[in-house]
Design a protein around this ligand. Sequence first.
Ligand SMILES: [Zn+2]
Length: 258
Amino acid sequence: MRLLFVNAHPDDVEFTCASTCQQAVALGWDVYEILMTSDEYGIDKDDFKGKRIKMIRKREMFEAAKVYGINSLGRPKINLIWFGEIDGYLKFNRVIFLRLRKKILKINPDIVISPDSFFSMDLHPDHKHTGWLTYLIIKSIEPSKRPVLLLYHSFNSNFYVPIKDISIQIKAWSKHESQTSPLLNKILKLMRKIFYFLRKRKSGHILAEGFRKVNFNKNENQLKKLRHKILYYIFANMLNGPSKEHYYPTPKELGLIF
Ligand SMILES: [Zn+2]
């Protein structure tokens, strides 16, 4: 089996579906992770933005990937693929669609996991664009050859993967040292436990990571229920990512593009 994650940033798997990733690696599946950006703005300090934090984030992602399993050379079993777009500036356009489509088709996955951009608990533009791109690419594949598409960060989950080892999330997430602290790790650990516990009723009374399994049916992405409309409105207004100012100096000023 080949499992492919398509994520906006390093740490998105750790934050949303680390246990699913760990279990796929343990089963001996080929696991790939396409990272659309390298988190070039993943810090508040302007001095670090750009190439400096990019280098740090790539190293941290490498260490986090090792937590899920290493090969005989001591390298992560997960294949990390850096797509090369810039954090906060990931566009949703035809050029990127075609580039990403080519990569996905080359990997030829059985299962693809990406953010939900329709029933989303997080409307950060990079997540939203990654989700839309992945969704449309998988939709463009002939139905008989189409991989299963599972979307995380969804408030309309319908597919649950039981968590085998809940500690994996913090173990892997804590490798992203520039993004966290020992105190934050503890808080996050507690919040995760509460979240999974509260969702137990929906996930069949087990602790589980939730996804929305896409059927590519007509209108399946439409917000029909009032509860979903309210949730979308709340998330759209609250979690739209960092402020515009956070993404200055511009990529050009940072020497990321010419
Ligand atoms: Zn992210």
